[in-house]
Design a binder for this molecule. Structure first.
Ligand SMILES: C[S@@+](CC[C@H](N)C(=O)[O-])C[C@H]1O[C@@H](n2cnc3c(N)ncnc32)[C@H](O)[C@@H]1O
Length: 423
């Protein structure tokens, strides 16, 4: 087996969970498996690269390192890229794209750097293939090359994933602020509900009361049902020269979930019926329509869907999404009147919604633990709850915290005034 040096980028803060997942999928340890900033490096074979694409829930991509060397100028980049045997990976008839990222690079223009790397690849093909060279395609390239520049070093990678791995292929209906599937999986790992090292899932029911298009619930239901993350999508490696269909089909065959597997119950609800409809359609496509139950309803009113368990959500935040349902209706004095009281009901100031949510949980969700992802570092204070954990996480460029709150029983008076259970 030819050993490759793979790099799997991931969101900051997720590296250790990803390393556990990669260990479980490849068996690699020690110097062969290293957590780096923003990703995991692993020495493994081509078949492992395919397997990681198919199964990883936490990686953004699977990249193969093809060159690494010091540089000071764009011409050095040309030299490094010229030395790579690109013809082993793709043909001059295919299209390609280069994406360059940099951390403290001394170069003036990343565009020019990218251009020099492109020239080097084109010139190498021209020399090897009687003047024929692959062309650039920025939107739907057959092949993606990644260049990463630090102060002194340039690393070149060939991508095996194609579309980023958070695109699982089932989320075709989505709302305004959907969570990336990779981040939903990271939340499940950080909470301990899913163990990426063993693949085990907690027996505790999982519930997202602001589920939107259903990302957290569907991701959880797929994990609990043993459905591979990438089973519904295509990958970049299918267009690379080492690709062999029979190897890929065998890997996919091995990934078929066991029919007798008993899945942990998963629930989701949202105040917007349109979102619930989206979530149901997404669950259908993801193959988990039977494993997850979606309902309409206000998070401030919905009663627990099970006796105890884990609540997990990224709640509405800021001006982009308004808090719906009971808060708005009560304030307006009319459940159907949308306008008056809207500003006060928004989550931007953290006011009403979170105070009411905390009091609803205290009254009705005793014994549950709630994990809330938010960019609002003051959320525990706003909810008047003391967190028992705070895990740093990044939602794209936004720094967030995943807070854990443990619900203990509220006072008898609180319980006496609780609303009746919904069907
Ligand atoms: C940030 S989004 C959640 C996105 C979701 N995780 C996804 O990936 O699609 C917040 C969701 O909270 C819902 N929401 C707002 N107010 C609510 C309320 N009072 N009760 C339940 N859901 C509410 C919105 O409809 C929206 O779908």
């Amino acid at each position: 087996m030819i050993e490759l040096s793979l790099f799997l980028p991931c969101a900051a803060g997720v590296e250790d969970f990803l390393a556990q997942e990669v260990h479980a999928l490849t068996g690699r340890v020690g110097q062969d498996l290293l957590s780096a900033r923003g990703g995991v490096r692993v020495r493994a074979g081509w078949r492992d690269a395919l397997k990681l694409n198919l199964h990883s829930r936490l990686a953004q991509r699977v990249l193969i390192e093809v060159a690494h060397g010091p540089y000071r100028s764009e011409n050095d980049l040309y030299g490094i890229a010229s030395g790579v045997a690109w013809e082993v990976w793709f043909t001059p008839k295919q299209t390609f794209k280069i994406e360059t990222t940099a951390q403290h690079s001394p170069l003036q223009s990343l565009n020019f750097a990218t251009l020099r790397i492109k020239d080097a690849i084109a010139d190498r093909f021209r020399a090897k293939a009687n003047g024929v060279r692959p062309s650039i395609e920025t939107q739907w390239p057959d092949v993606r090359v990644f260049a990463h520049l630090t102060t002194e070093f340039c690393t070149l990678y060939i991508d095996t994933s194609g579309e980023p791995l958070f695109k699982r292929g089932w989320r075709q209906d989505k709302g305004d602020a959907p969570l990336k599937e990779t981040l939903a999986a990271a939340m499940l790992a950080a909470s301990g509900w899913w163990n990426p090292e063993t693949g085990e899932v907690s027996p505790q029911p999982l519930y997202d009361p602001c589920c939107g298009s259903g990302t957290i619930a569907i991701e959880a239901a797929q994990i609990a049902s043993g459905i591979a993350a990438g089973s519904l999508r295509r990958f970049g490696f299918e267009k690379l020269l080492p690709f062999q269909s029979h190897v890929w089909q065998a890997l996919k065959g091995e990934a078929t979930p066991k029919a007798d597997r008993r899945a942990t119950p998963v629930f989701g609800s949202d105040v917007s019926h349109r979102m619930v409809d989206f979530a149901e359609r997404n669950a259908e496509r993801a193959g988990v329509a039977q494993a997850v139950q979606f309902r309409g309803g206000d998070a401030l009113q919905r009663m627990p869907p099970a006796e105890g368990g884990v609540i997990m959500l990224n709640p509405p935040y800021g001006e982009r999404i308004e808090v719906g349902g009971v808060t708005r209706g009560r304030r307006a004095g009319n459940a159907d009147a949308p306008a008056r009281g809207r500003e006060e009901a928004q989550t931007e100031d953290g006011g009403e919604f979170f105070v009411q949510l905390a009091s609803h949980w205290k009254k009705n969700y005793a014994g549950w633990s709630a994990w809330v992802l938010t960019p609002d570092m003051q959320l525990p204070k706003r909810m008047r709850l003391k967190e028992s954990r705070r895990v740093p996480m990044w939602n794209g460029p936004i720094e967030c915290r995943l807070f854990r709150f443990d619900m203990v029983a509220g006072s008898a008076r609180d319980r006496a005034s609780a609303p009746p259970a919904q069907p």
